[in-house]
Design a protein around this ligand. Sequence first.
Ligand SMILES: [Zn+2]
Length: 278
Amino acid sequence: MLTQVAEGVLVHQSEFVQSNAIVVRGRAGVLLIDPGVTGAEIDCLADDLRELGQPVVAGFSTHPDWDHLLWHARLGDAPRYGTARCAAAVRELLSEADAKDRIAAHLVETEVAGQVPLDLLGLITGLPAGTTRIPWDGPQVQIIEHQAHAPGHAALLIAERGVLVAGDMLSDVLIPMLDLDGTADPIEEYLTALRLLEEVAGEVDVLVPGHGSVGAAGQVRVRIDQDRAYVHALRDGREPGDPRIGPSARPGWEWVSHVHTGQRRRLDQRNDHADTPR
Ligand SMILES: [Zn+2]
């Protein structure tokens, strides 16, 4: 079911980790951002779009994680974009012959095992480095690229609709997940990204995270502060006391605390390593 969150901006939520697909209406059709997760859900989205009489004229993936790279034949063959770094990361992923098998194997442990269409995964075109707008015939969509969470991660600001699409940041259900392999200083990159989002916060009436609830204007700063507090705690080796971790995490989402423990351990290892004289 599509829910309108602002004029000409609609969201289709997946049951899997409350993943949000975002639809932006343009002149001749819609821009579809991170289409969704299971085949049935994307099918439902395709039905909704047909009812609206809106073909997909462009696609965009906010970052190179499998759950943001999916597509389905019924959505048509519009160009699908990502940042240059995102596209490069996807190319590298798909250059491994068994990439999709590995994703499928990882999914076996989740409630969407066998339900995710991987055929058209990741067929995106990288926009030239430094591109600040998605090329399409509709409201301007500004690309705010940064290196938090994943290589070439993009938040999208649709200023004339007051909407910020945050990708996998500013979630009310997931803790910040750092890109521990992709950058030399994942903590600093995350904090930089939060500052970039803070700079545009005043223009935002509606916040759409990649996973979790859509937030009203006040939520932007609340979630920026919450993410920053978590990252500071991680940096300083403190327990963050984050409401998104621990027993309050929903059943089946224990991996949120696993991610947390893993991040702490790996950051500790990096720090130990850095302190070792050579
Ligand atoms: Zn995600």
